[in-house]
Design a protein around this ligand. Sequence first.
Ligand code: NAP
Length: 329
Amino acid sequence: MWVAQLARFGPPDQAIALQEQSDPGEPGPGEVIVDAEFAPINPADVLNLEGKYGAEPPKLPMIPGAEGVGRIAKCGAEVSHVKPGDRVLLPGPGTWRERIKAPGKAVVALPEGVDPQQLAMLRVNPPTAYLMLHDFVPAKAGNWVIQNAANSGVGRCLIRLAREAGLRSVNIVRRAELIGPLHAFGGDVVLTDGPDLDVRVRAAIGGGVLPLAIDAVGGLATQRLARCVADDGTVVNYGLLSGEPCAIDGRETVFRNVSLRGFWLRRWFMVTPPLEIAALYRKLAGKIAEGTLHVEVEAVYPIRQIKQALAHAARGGRAGKVLLAFGAA
Ligand SMILES: NC(=O)c1ccc[n+]([C@@H]2O[C@H](COP(=O)([O-])OP(=O)(O)OC[C@H]3O[C@@H](n4cnc5c(N)ncnc54)[C@H](OP(=O)(O)O)[C@@H]3O)[C@@H](O)[C@H]2O)c1
């Protein structure tokens, strides 16, 4: 079976190596074997390959990949919640391989009849958007939320989940050609970023209440969002797409009591009971099934073309995600 391996950090398409490895064999008691179908390449994967992700770089060699979807091939004794043929979330990290042996309790069963490419993007971005919308500031119908990188996978989930919660969204992009499509997708206000962002946002929302900002960019983009939120408001940073640390001025934090908080999904996994995690995935898988959550896919590459796939995923200006397809797809 094909496995993507990272032995040294570097430019993703150069650092990755494809290896043929032997089959993981039979599942032991409590274990399952999963055949992978699809896995996305996320910005966090690109950073991981460059050695820039997390508080500490991961130990090498490693198999990258944080999420994906597949079907159960075999179940060991004592596994009762899934059976061979069931579609499941791939147990991550380490999903960029054709076949995975894992503890049965690490796989989450998924509904049938749902687009597997969309389900491959369920594990990371939808709960990230959901939790940032609901866990920091009470989602009060009629209030506004603002986010940057609004055309990203997280951003598109947030637009739809905000609408469902009765919130109105201000969506910031760096390319003017995205304004029309994001309006059509459900964004109430869509604006390009810039130094006068707060003035344009205030004009767009009138006297509306905007207590929450969601920041994927960092650097001065954090400050531009902080200026938009109400006094006592919260900026939640969850990504550093600019490569710069978050900048935030005392004018906001000291004189207006605006807080800067961080969100990391992996931490939520560490502190949340498994039943609660499974319940959130059931809810979000249902939203994919009904079409509320949908992320465009720009390209699908077979695992054997992982270098081309990584070079593509690392490019800006994409119209959607780049996915890897495995033997079972
Ligand atoms: N903290 C967590 O737990 C967590 C969980 C999930 C995701 N994330 C983070 O969320 C971010 C988005 O992930 P995703 O999977 O949703 O991304 P994605 O779908 O692959 O899209 C990438 C987005 O980033 C934008 N972008 C890239 N560089 C930028 C820059 N310098 N300034 C402004 N925008 C920029 C792109 O804009 P263009 O289309 O204009 O290129 C695009 O909207 C990433 O930083 C990721 O690491 C964090």
